[in-house]
Design a protein around this ligand. Structure first.
Ligand code: AMP
Length: 278
């Protein structure tokens, strides 16, 4: 293996001082798939040194969410990252990230309470806090993030700007299975039947995309139709939102560039997806 595995912040910090060239950083929760690897590839193309973190961050999971059963396979992840030419993998422990007496939280106001923030009220506070900590530790030039988590990217761009970090986010396209399902570590939760039902997300997004192309751009009409499509296929809508892609404000007419955000329960598994409207 060429990659270096780093599990202590002190080790990284002394190593960081000697690094020269641009640093690209890909934060992940592990159990890697082609979506994660697309971020790594982009970072490899654009930066001299690529750093990946693998950390299942407890503070972004709600009390009744899937923290304890979130899938993990560090050995496999390391093999994939080594093959992809990653230079450093950081795997901090909970006691390092949140030592006893930890008290500091980052809250990106307003936009963290919308959409995914409604059913997951403490989620983005956990995400913003861990990413701020990781950026402060890694000190990358660029952070590569997937548009799979569209609201997350917009929130983190705000956070970096508001806190005067010099790190910038490179938005990377969402990667899908051949049949349209957005790749996600959580897809392993789906039974065979649920895997079929999960296609309701991409199909509903595509319906809205095609409707916009034929000039049906009324958001309340499109939302109603998508709702019926999803429920007919066995999904339960958490939210459907047509938003301005810069500030996530809701729109009533889908124009070119409007982002359609979607969260749906398939059985007990909550899946998210999104698509830019034509
Ligand atoms: P996670 O491990 O789920 O926290 O994701 C780590 C990073 O990978 C985030 O920037 C995600 O947006 C990105 N990511 C996850 N799934 C995909 C996907 N299907 N396509 C592109 N990026 C993704």
């Amino acid at each position: 293996m060429n990659l270096q595995l780093i599990d202590s912040i002190e080790t990284w910090q002394s190593c960081r001082k000697s690094l020269q060239g641009s640093i690209g950083f890909v934060p992940t929760m592990g159990y890697l798939h082609a979506g994660h690897l697309s971020l790594v590839d982009k970072a490899k193309q654009e930066c001299d040194i690529v750093v990946v973190s693998i950390y299942v961050n407890p503070s972004q999971f709600g009390a009744n969410e899937d923290l304890s059963r979130y899938p993990r396979d560090l050995d496999r992840d390391l093999l994939l990252l080594d093959q992809a030419g990653v230079n450093y993998v950081i795997t901090p422990s909970d006691s390092v990230m949140y030592p006893n007496g930890y008290k500091t939280w980052i809250n990106v106001e307003q936009i963290s309470n919308l959409y995914c923030g409604v059913s997951r009220p403490t989620h983005f506070r956990g995400v913003a806090t861990i990413v701020a900590k990781l950026v402060n530790i890694v000190k990358p030039d660029w952070m590569y993030m997937g548009e799979k988590d569209f609201q997350q990217i917009v929130i983190l761009e705000h956070m970096l700007r508001d806190l005067n970090f010099s790190t910038r986010i490179c938005r990377c396209p969402l990667v899908r299975e051949e049949d349209g399902l957005a790749l996600s570590s959580r897809n392993v939760y789906l039974s065979q039947e649920e895997r079929k039902q999960s296609l309701c997300l991409s199909q509903a997004l595509n319906f809205a995309f095609q409707s916009c192309k034929s000039s049906q751009r009324d958001v309340s009409y499109l939302t109603d139709k998508m709702h019926s499509m999803i429920e007919n296929m066995g999904g339960k809508v958490d939210y459907i939102a047509f938003v301005n892609s810069d500030d996530l404000s809701p729109v009533t007419t889908a124009i070119q560039g409007t982002r359609l955000l979607l969260a749906v329960y398939i059985g007990k598994t909550r899946l998210i997806d999104n698509l830019q409207m034509p």
